[in-house]
Design a protein around this ligand. Structure first.
Ligand code: UD1
Ligand code: CA
Length: 453
């Protein structure tokens, strides 16, 4: 980072007016998700992280859903509508009012290019600070087909030629345009206004800012990024590739932060998953949004977590499901085939087998036996179950909420508990067992006689 970076005023303009027809979706393309967050959300969060002082998002007409997502990610975002789709330069100019406010640089980002890192946006901004009127983002393409080519003369960038407009010789060039660029704030409007639509698609191309800057005697250049960062998403195959790349980044981050992933390629994170140190994550674990995992936790195979927090030293799974509002205290245990929703397990509480705990508290050190169900829902409302410190709930019990099991109380196996259980007492709520001595012997004798006849 240059020393001037912090006091530069930078406007990010995110183009999100794409049609996205190749997604074959009722949902706008930029609202499709990667690692549990919309592509637009990724780009918005990243430009903010990179230090943008203000963000403008350009949406298509009537796209309140896109505008709403932008505001949800960053409330101060400014929304502009591109009424007709006439090209990338035309789209940037939809934010004319914002562009005119006098910025040091204007970063143009694409909402369908979600993997660009904050470091790359900063590099573009720096290139602008270093005197480039136009700094484009380039990459070496494995297969350049379809991309605009960066045309150089004597090592200097002179123009960008869209694939459709390129000659055969120009099509040999592998240095391609990612589409994004940084414009010097004081030249941005005049450069964009000078762009015409004289090309194969009759569109106003942002890329023509390069030739326009040349014509005006201004400096242009390119910043390069790896191809994996600049991939654009146009269909669901590319969406899955973007997902795979982001998952790999998230897995690496978790491991570098001190988690062991036995089979990283089978673990799926959300963009916001927070993992502590000395966490062990076994194969086939999936994290939905909003999960925090503290230090020293073990997450056994085939577990699914969402909206949950897991306290230090806790153990989860195998085959556990933590749903939103699950809060596992230090050293608590949630075992196989257990579902926890909107419930606190306090320190050392154990819920080890085949159990549903919803809308509940399980007190410190309490033990919930196999097959316990909190009956929290009657088709209309949700009701709470409170299990006290050190309580012991016998296997196969139904706790019909609202109900309280006092500290240190016992619930006999197979009970259907409908009334509160006082502390340190025993509740048994099941049929009495009767024993008829010799009954089985008599029964077998009788049945053998019947069969002989
Ligand atoms: C663009 C670049 C091309 C580059 C490629 C990289 C231009 C002219 N071309 O081509 O050089 O190699 O990206 O993927 O910039 N958009 C609008 N309104 C419009 C047109 C586009 O908002 O009127 C938005 C799209 O939603 C998208 C972005 O701008 O987010 C890029 O537009 P797209 O049509 O996908 O450009 P490409 O043809 O891919
Ligand atoms: Ca594109």
């Amino acid at each position: 980072m240059t020393s001037t970076r912090s006091d530069r005023r930078s406007l990010a303009v995110i183009l999100a007016a794409g049609e996205g027809t190749r997604m074959r979706s009722a949902r706008p393309k930029v609202l499709h998700e990667v690692a549990g967050r919309s592509m637009l959300g990724h780009v918005l969060a990243t430009v903010v992280e990179a230090g943008a002082s203000a963000v403008a998002v350009v949406v298509g007409p009537g796209r309140d859903d896109v505008a709403a997502e932008a505001r949800a990610v960053s409330p101060s975002v400014r929304i502009f509508v591109q009424h007709e789709r006439k090209g990338t330069a035309h789209a940037v100019l939809a934010a004319r009012e914002a562009l005119a406010e006098g910025w040091d640089d204007v970063i143009v980002a694409f909402a369908d290019t979600p993997l660009v890192t904050a470091e790359t946006y900063r590099a573009m901004s720096r290139a602008s600070a270093d005197g480039l009127a136009v700094a484009v983002l380039g990459f070496e393409a494995d297969d350049p087909t379809g991309y605009g080519r960066l045309l150089k003369d004597d090592g200097r960038l002179v123009a960008i030629r869209e694939h459709k407009d390129a000659t055969d010789v120009e099509r040999e060039v592998t240095l391609c345009n990612a589409g994004l660029m940084a414009l010097a704030g004081r030249h941005a409007l005049s450069l964009l206004d000078s762009i015409g639509a004289d090309n194969a698609q009759k569109e106003f191309y942002l890329t023509d800012a390069v030739a326009a800057a040349h014509a005006a005697g201004l400096a242009v250049g390119a910043v390069e990024a790896p191809e994996t960062e600049v991939m654009g998403v146009n269909d669901r195959v590319q969406l899955s590739k973007a997902e795979a790349l982001v998952q790999n980044r998230l897995r690496e981050r978790a491991m570098r932060d001190g988690a062991t992933l036995v089979a990283p390629e089978t673990v799926f994170f959300s963009h916001d998953t927070r993992i502590g140190r000395d966490v062990m994550i076994e194969p086939n674990v999936v994290f939905g949004p909003g999960v925090t995992v503290d230090d020293g936790v073990v997450i056994h195979a085939f577990s699914h977590l969402e909206g949950a927090s897991v306290g230090p030293g806790a153990s989860v799974g195998p085959f556990a499901r933590l749903r939103p509002g699950a809060k596992l205290g230090p050293k608590s245990r949630v075992g196989n085939f257990v579902e926890i929703k909107n419930a606190d397990l306090e320190t050392g509480a154990k819920v080890n087998h085949l159990t549903y705990i919803g809308d509940a508290r399980v007190g410190e050190g309490a033990n919930v036996g196999a097959g316990t169900i909190t009956c929290n829902y009657d088709g209309y409302g949700k009701y709470r179950t409170d299990i006290g410190k050190g309580a012991f709930v016998g296997s196969n019990s139904s706790l019909v909420a609202p109900v309280t099991i006092g500290d240190g109380a016992y619930v006999g196996s197979g009970s259907v508990v409908t009334k509160d259980v006082p502390a340190d007492s025993l509740a048994v709520a099941r049929g009495h067992q009767s024993v008829i001595a010799g009954w089985a012997t008599a029964f077998r004798t009788k049945m053998k006689d019947v069969k002989k006849r």
